[in-house]
Design a protein around this ligand. Sequence first.
Ligand code: FES
Ligand code: FE2
Length: 382
Amino acid sequence: MFKQTPAPVPAGDLAASLAPFGQSRMLPRAAYVDAEVFEWEKLHIFSGWHCVGQASDLDGVGAQKAVGSGANGILLVRGEDHQVRAFANVCRHRGHEMLACGATAKRRGIVCPYHSWSYKLDGELRKAPGFDAAKDFDSSQFGLAELRLVNWHGYLFVDPSGADIDFDEHVAGMEDVIGPYRPEDLTVVARHSYELATNWKVIVENYQECYHCSTIHPELSKISPPTSGENLDLPGDWIGGWMSMIDEAETMSLSGRSGGVAIKGLSEQELRSVMYLVGFPNLLVSLHPDYVMTHLMTPLAVDRTHVECAWAFPKEALDKPDFDPSYAVDFWDLTNRQDWTACESVQRGLSSPHARPGPLAPDEDGVYQFVTRVARAYSGSR
Ligand code: FES
Ligand SMILES: [Fe+2]
């Protein structure tokens, strides 16, 4: 992220969040319940690098999809050269969205649904009805506004502001962690869509600790001891850590058995553990020995978040005649729902005027990394 104006939260509360681990407090209550803070986050956090989906979501030349909305409305398009591009989702005529948020299309051009201006797949204006004879109308001046986009291991990241740090800095330290799983070669075979009545940060904070696991995840705790593993210390905008599995388990599933095939080339450590990563701010990536699960969060309001969970498997698993991804999907759908119940309860709790930022337990150092990352952004620094 980049230097910015401070968020509308009390500076004293931020100082408490930024105190050394062991003495610090959670983010101020306003961070979770105040619509003004949410608006600030849209302008100052989600206007920088954030994930907008996977390249495989845009299947073939001419595939189009609108994501985000308002200031961060983005149109994704796969061009004639097979590259995915991102444009501001706004027509250069009078501002209509090219597609409604979440909508998809597939055609050899981009057509505005209002007065039918049409653009090439690279954003250049092709035709503006009625302007053919107009003198001084220079169509090259009216192309769609292209945004910085990077396709990193199949994940699409966009910087609508154009002012965020270099993408390499954003993902510094991640190549060695994610690279061996080659997510770009995996196939998404299952997706679940959840709409949660909670702030997006409550979901990340929950993901960043297993202090709650023995209480609310009996199935997970049987396969992966809640106190196992450790958090990474990464130089870029990503945070995360790994947890190990019991010796008898091959992967995270109800039985610990895998119904798939291990991803080729993983190390012994990678085959015995699961890596849980947060691509700040909105992508959660869980690297398993035999599949990669992602949670892509789209904040809808201060107390509402859309989460799309996707499970991707290697080709060798899909080639198995009896391949059934439900061993992974059912396990995590159950675990997700246990988490969502807790996250929504936290949101209701935080809506009480009596809620105060609480302290962090020794096992919540991952939460500390996230909270301090947000608190630094709120205070106007990196
Ligand atoms: S607003 Fe798009 S054609 Fe008029
Ligand atoms: Fe959980």
